[in-house]
Design a protein. Structure first.
Length: 105
């Protein structure tokens, strides 16, 4: 299993240039995405079980799903993520499950 510290680092860097704050609370991950220009919260995903992210495929699936949610919402500052997703899908295909608990800021 991947350590929590390493898991946080992988998730936070996956969203660059968007600021990502990944924290652990009560045994679950909370992922907050913040627009780097305006410092506005774009999206918060809470209740992610770190035990379910034991493989690179599971982490990639979660990241791809959150990026897709941001693109579908049409939030400002997401163009870079959209461009990143386009390059990512040229290299691999992900079939993300639905986000179970998403709170909008």
């Amino acid at each position: 299993m991947i350590s929590t510290l390493e898991l946080r680092h992988i998730i936070e860097t996956a969203f660059l240039p968007t600021k990502c704050i990944c924290s652990v609370r009560a045994g679950s991950l909370m992922i907050q995405l913040v627009d780097p220009t305006t410092q506005q919260e774009l999206l918060t995903v809470a209740g992610v079980d770190p035990k379910a992210l034991g493989s690179s495929r599971a982490i990639a699936r979660l990241v791809a799903e959150i990026k897709e949610e941001l693109i579908l919402r049409g939030d400002a500052g997401i163009a870079a993520l959209d461009q990143f997703n386009s390059s990512l899908t040229r290299h691999a295909k992900f079939f993300p499950p639905s986000i179970s608990s998403v709170a909008h800021g």
